[in-house]
Design a binder for this molecule. Structure first.
Ligand code: NOJ
Length: 546
């Protein structure tokens, strides 16, 4: 199909567009395309600014589609671009079925989708079901309505504890710090697992579930290929909202074990089954869940045939740069999916965690390790998510206090700096901020000096750059039969090294031993560093065809 024939060149809701969309989906849905896809996470504020206001937007993404096609990604995950007061940079959604003016409009979204599809890139978008913004029309209605009213029943309003009801209904902390409850003028409290501007919705209310389905259909009808589901382990709350067991770490990335009643409640699976039914009605579409559940068996429950297609496995992202830890992370991720229809789904970085160049030591060392980690991630069977800027080897940035915007900074009483360091805009070209990211020198987070060599333009012409490594790796992964098969077989390797073979014949060999080791037999397809003289240096990975 030529770009002009794409259904979204017509009005998206017209019958002609709908039937063309159906044809496009069935032509291209093939088998389950997402099973081994490389998804590229676009943190919309930070990827590229088309409007010149210093904030990334949909037009910026559209302009950079040639770059993404050249990089070789299969699909995009675009973080929330819906109308939002930005208390949590878009994860506080005031209207899930429209576009925030800072990011563009619906016509701009349709144009982006159409152009991405024309280049063979699928597009998935964020669904934020667990909570809305406090500026959502429903929450305004709830505040204006009386306790016990249907308007309040869409959220989790409760009377307080204590004789005057002036204590929160239970001891739950907000993930962003402080209590998870805020009191309203008539004395009731509402639940917000995240910021007070993100009131939790009540998924036992049929109207709430029906509205989520409406939102999904809205974007599927426009042509999106799937969703990333925010806080997919949230949504359900236990009967009676009992106190949770106090734990030292209650934050975003905490290990939400059985004592933490805020997350991973059994009732969540009914919601996922409803989500899946909508997707099953739309062949070729999929959902990946953000499921922060570390127990392998409990995580696997989200991947039943009638629930999520994929669940991020965060074990690789939380593992230290250590052979044993990485191997355990891989084994546990594969064990999680073994009894489910899902493949594994690998993540090294995202907009909530320090970037892996920084986690692995920063500087030249962190970059060398990140190159090796890229080959590890992309050699593993299953789907992979690349966070925008991974392919440039972006590190975290030390931002001054006054630049910090993440609600975690304020909510923690300035004890936790939050996630801004990993959200700094992408450098595209030139030697000075804003490095082609925006026409405005004032970017929403400041960009540091000295990033000229990190820009996409500088790296594109350098054979030895991180960008060139990613391009080659993705090209090989997308074209070589060596990457076939869902299996991984561990091979014997010296202490501090990891080696495995895919059934298609690819061998990935990673040296973390601190000293060079001999390169095993096989034709070198790609290496993250020099393999001269048959020696593989430490913190280096190689792909071999055997
Ligand atoms: C997870 C998202 O990745 C994070 O950025 C957000 O703050 C929370 N969910 C709340 O929506």
């Amino acid at each position: 199909m030529t770009p002009e024939e794409h259904p979204l060149h017509q009005h998206p809701t017209s019958p002609a567009a709908r039937s063309a969309l159906h044809r496009w989906r069935t032509d291209r849905s093939g088998s389950d395309w997402w099973r081994d896809a490389v998804f590229y996470q676009v943190y919309v504020r930070s990827f590229a600014d088309g409007s010149g206001d210093g904030v990334g937007d949909l037009a910026g993404i559209r302009d950079r589609l040639p770059y993404l096609a050249d990089l070789g990604v299969d699909a995009l995950w675009i973080t929330p671009f819906y109308p939002s007061p930005m208390a949590d940079h878009g994860y506080d959604v005031a209207d899930p079925r429209d576009v925030e003016p800072v990011f563009g409009d619906l016509a701009g979204f349709d144009a982006l989708l159409s152009d991405a599809h024309a280049r063979g890139i699928r597009v998935t978008v964020d669904l934020v079901p667990n909570h809305s913004s406090d500026r959502h029309a429903w929450f305004a209605e709830a505040l204006a309505a009386a306790p016990g009213s249907p308007a309040r029943a869409r959220y989790v309003f409760r009377d307080g504890a204590g004789p005057n009801g002036d204590r929160p209904p239970n001891n739950w902390p907000s993930v962003f710090g402080g209590p998870a409850w805020t009191r309203v003028p008539d004395g009731q409290w509402y639940l917000h697992l995240f910021a007070p501007q993100q009131p939790d919705l009540d998924f036992t209310n049929p109207e709430v579930v029906a509205d989520l389905e409406t939102t999904m259909r809205f974007w599927l009808d426009r042509g999106v290929d799937g969703f990333r589901i925010d806080v997919a382990h949230g949504m359900a709350k236990p009967e009676g909202l009992p106190d949770m067991l106090p734990t030292a770490d209650t934050g975003l990335l905490a290990d939400h074990g059985p004592g933490d009643h805020r997350f991973d409640q059994d009732g969540v699976h009914a919601v996922h089954r409803r989500v899946r039914r909508v997707l099953d009605g739309c062949p070729g579409s999929m959902a990946v869940g953000e499921v922060w559940v570390s127990d392998d068996d409990r995580l696997a429950r989200y991947l039943s045939a009638d629930e999520l297609h994929l669940a991020f496995n965060f074990k690789l992202l939380t593992a230290e740069w250590d052979a044993e830890e990485l191997r355990t992370a891989i084994d546990s991720s594969l064990a999680t999916v073994a009894a489910t229809p899902a493949p594994a789904c690998w993540v090294l970085s995202n907009h909530d965690r320090p970037r892996h160049v920084t986690r692995y030591g920063g500087g030249e060392l962190g970059t060398r390790r990140a190159r090796a980690a890229a080959l590890l991630q992309l050699a593993l069977p299953g789907a992979a998510y690349v966070y925008n800027g991974d392919e440039l080897g972006m590190p975290d940035v030390d931002l001054p206090d006054e630049a910090l915007q993440d609600p975690i900074w304020e909510r923690s009483g300035h004890t936790e700096r939050g996630r801004d360091a990993c959200r700094v805009p992408m450098p595209w070209s030139g030697d000075e901020p804003p490095y082609g990211f925006s026409a405005s020198p004032q970017t929403w987070l400041p960009m540091p000096a000295g990033w000229g060599p990190l820009t996409a333009a500088a790296q594109a012409g350098d054979d030895a750059s991180m960008l060139s490594l990613y391009r080659r790796a993705l090209a090989l992964r997308g074209s070589s039969p060596s990457f076939a098969g869902d299996d991984l077989q561990w091979l014997p390797a010296p202490a501090g090294c990891l080696a495995f073979r895919r059934s298609g014949g690819l061998v990935c060999y990673l040296n973390l031993s601190g000293a060079p080791v001999p390169v095993p037999e096989g034709r070198v397809l790609l290496a993250s560093g020099p393999v001269d003289g048959g020696r593989l240096p430490s913190d280096t990975a190689v792909w071999l065809q055997t």
